[in-house]
Design a binder for this molecule. Sequence first.
Ligand SMILES: Cc1cc2nc3c(=O)[nH]c(=O)nc-3n(C[C@H](O)[C@H](O)[C@H](O)COP(=O)(O)OP(=O)(O)OC[C@H]3O[C@@H](n4cnc5c(N)ncnc54)[C@H](O)[C@@H]3O)c2cc1C
Length: 413
Amino acid sequence: MNALHDTGIPVRTKRALVVGAGISGMATALRLQQIGWEPLLVERAPGRRTGGYFTVFMGDGFEPAKRLGIFGSIRDRANPNARFLEMDRRGKFVPGINPSAMMPVSTSYSVLRGDLEKVLFEALDGLVEIRFGTEPTAIRQGRDHAEVTLSDGTTERFDLVVGADGLHSAVREQVFGPEDLYRRDFNQVIAACLLDRPLSGVRKGDNLLVVDVGRSVAVNAFHDHDPVAMFLYCHPWPAAEARKQPTVALREVYGDFEGSVVPELLDAVDRAESTLFDQICQIHLSSWSRGRVVLLGDSAWALTLYSGFGSSLGIAGADLLGTLLTEHGDDIPAALGTWEHRLRPVVTRHQKSAHFAKNFLLPPNRPVSVLRRMMVRTAANPTTGKLFQALLPASKATQAAGETEQNIGGSRP
Ligand SMILES: Cc1cc2nc3c(=O)[nH]c(=O)nc-3n(C[C@H](O)[C@H](O)[C@H](O)COP(=O)(O)OP(=O)(O)OC[C@H]3O[C@@H](n4cnc5c(N)ncnc54)[C@H](O)[C@@H]3O)c2cc1C
């Protein structure tokens, strides 16, 4: 499809292949369509994912989401009257704190990952071709194009290929090399699933954190949706652990918990339609693009759940990419270079902040666990809580994150 330039000369519409229909991929496809490109979105799964896990959609993503035209459709599911409780291994409840409250961002929404994906998917309707059950099998680069063979048997040429295919990206594997080169393990495993019924002994709407040395469980409540359970535990060989059946692995790790809550949660995992079960790690690449192939989102930087900005930066990264591709016209490598230059400091900051939060949600040893307990007591106290908040490394990181819009936002051409 060609458009007419104002000189009357036909301008070829640029084509992009976007791999992965997660938050980052759908935001990218939407943005590219908005700047006049013709994106093709391919997704390995046979259909759109639903549900997902608890996600805090931070203010960093708000302005980009507004520019993409999706912000008005995102609903905050947080319960303003929710209580935050903690429970020890023996089933004793103590007051907890809202982890988001430790981050002095002016705004954040509690959503399910699937909420953001649904909003983006609906925004793409009728505008962007999506092929489910399809993935790239070969990517060959020419000087000014990439030729991609897809698993549906077609081979097509694109001006740009965007690998937004997540933590275990196949685009990264094909173009940049094996995951082992770029993965930084946290030696932790995560499992998350939706709960299909209330927990006995836990009031509807309560958020619960069960913390023990090297293992924890969180129950995140919404005001209008079933809660989500999340298990986090330390493991020296997380990649091998994540290949086990989640129901088996979780019973091995949490089987000795007393009280009714954790056993009920384990039963809920047995019944769950789908459970996310994976290792926790970050991706560190020295460059996010090679020729006409760029990585965006978890495939490029995987901030982990601990940073709390993965979804926001997927959307913000897509928004900025569209802006710079417009600004740089036909010089796509220059657009990719500027994009990385602007985004890199923000991503680095959030990757660092994850290292503080990981010890809060999952203390790896007894001294950290004791320190953490003291922190929670201090933070839960109305008088000492304010001082505590000001001293937190996470708060510094998040204040800095407020500058993100300056770094990577801004007006559109
Ligand atoms: C438990 C948990 C809690 C989190 N909490 C937060 C939070 O509070 N706040 C926050 O901002 N972020 C949070 N995150 C991180 C955030 O969810 C991710 O950063 C974000 O969803 C990444 O989106 P993505 O589109 O880059 O990747 P993904 O969501 O992984 O999407 C990748 C897509 O690509 C598809 N795909 C994979 N391989 C291929 C292939 N070869 N070909 C075609 N398609 C393929 C996949 O099926 C998938 O649809 C959390 C993450 C987890 C796991």
